[in-house]
Design a protein around this ligand. Structure first.
Ligand code: SF4
Length: 378
């Protein structure tokens, strides 16, 4: 008789909005073999012994947490087989090997790729998670997809991943519009009839009137694009206007900054989006194959990056620049020419406030009344 194995799945204790899909699939695979599976975040321990410990990884800037976690489990379960995988592991396998002695798995784990995620690990999760495609046919310089999902693959039966008891579906496709199954997927979404979100963003350059018509007849919410470079100027605005003509209102746009751009260029892009009534979701660039959390690109400086972080954290919520046009102009100004000055002002004010309130390390713009906030922004 086959011996039941004991499996431990570990997600290091870093900040993540979403559950670890890879581990959820590994869980299903092992449970199908009759194995017993436990999941833990960080260094949670119990008295059990495990045959195999899987540790997932995410962004490179969580390197410290990941390395600490791997070394912890390596020492705590010296006789268990330790498997490390995920995005950081794929981008920097040599670094992980050097720091821990463990050679990680690179890329997708094909064995479990078609397993349904084990939702029982996260009973309070309100959505199903899946992909219709992997990889992307574009090759953007700043993007890690070309390394961790180098081939564009179709997932034919993604609907098997959907748990109908959950209220919505989150797709993690990198570029769904390249999929030859697009029309088939639309039909499936019609049948499933649940709200859904392609939360990595859709490609504005491939957005057409026909796609807007099809998506507006379904329950896509929100609709996401990205405006990562001024090279996309025009495409993004046109896609937003087209979507709006079909009644899609909740449009959110990722805006990369700190990568071959400047505060003025960043201002231009968020201002374009704000004028159109779309929400901007600024995303700070960090090198994809280095662990440098504090990378500063040549046209940015620490003051501007800090000020932007303060604005996003304390003036807006959930890191998004919201629609209110008057608030936008008050914070960022009416012209890109003064945006650096404004950032510097905010940075200095924060510094002074932090000094004044010795116990507080972060200046909280929420504590200000409107006039005070305006003074800082102007
Ligand atoms: S289009 Fe998006 S997913 Fe594709 S390579 Fe560029 S940034 Fe990455």
């Amino acid at each position: 008789m086959k011996k039941t194995k004991k499996i431990l799945l570990v997600e290091p204790d870093y900040k993540s909005l979403y559950p670890p899909l890879g581990l959820m699939k590994i869980s299903t695979w092992h449970k199908r073999q009759g194995d017993a599976v436990d999941f833990v975040r960080g260094k949670g321990l119990n008295n059990r012994k495990y045959d195999k410990v899987y540790i997932t990884t995410l962004f490179t800037y969580f390197a410290e947490e990941v390395i600490e976690t791997i070394n912890f489990y390596k020492n705590f379960y010296p006789s268990s087989e330790l498997k490390v995988g995920g995005i950081f592991a794929t981008l920097m396998p040599e670094y992980i090997k050097k720091q821990t002695g463990i050679a990680p798995h690179i890329g997708l784990l094909k064995l479990v790729e078609n397993c349904i995620p084990d939702y029982s690990l996260f009973p309070t999760l309100k959505y199903s998670l899946t992909f219709t495609t992997r990889g992307c046919l574009r090759n953007c310089e700043y993007c890690a997809v070309k390394t961790h999902e180098p081939n564009f693959l179709l997932k034919e039966n993604w609907e098997n991943d959907i748990d109908l008891s959950k209220s919505r579906i989150v797709f993690w496709d990198n570029n769904w519009f390249f999929s030859p199954n697009f029309s088939k997927d639309i039909e499936k979404l019609k049948k499933i009839n649940k709200p859904f979100d392609f939360n990595q963003g859709l490609d504005a350059r491939l957005f057409t009137v026909e796609k807007a018509r099809l998506l507006s007849s379904l329950r896509i919410n929100p609709l996401r694009f990205s405006f990562d470079s001024v090279r996309d100027d025009g495409y993004v605005q046109r896609a937003i206007k087209t979507a709006q003509e079909f009644g899609i209102d909740d449009i959110r746009v990722y805006v990369l900054y700190n990568f071959k751009d400047s505060p003025e260029d960043f201002y231009y892009r968020i201002n374009e989006l704000n004028k159109l009534g779309a929400l901007s979701y600024p995303m700070r660039y960090r090198p994809i194959d280095a662990i440098d959390k504090h990378y500063i690109d040549v046209n940015w400086n620490k003051e501007s990056l800090r000020a932007l972080k303060l604005i996003l954290t304390f003036y807006y919520s959930k890191g998004m620049i919201r629609k209110n046009r008057a608030a936008f102009l008050k914070i960022f100004g009416t012209s890109p020419k003064r945006v650096r000055e404004r950032f510097f002002d905010i940075y200095m004010r924060d510094k002074e406030k932090s000094k004044a309130r010795k116990k507080e390390t972060v200046f909280d713009m929420r504590n200000l009344n409107w006039e005070e906030a305006e003074m800082i922004a102007v």
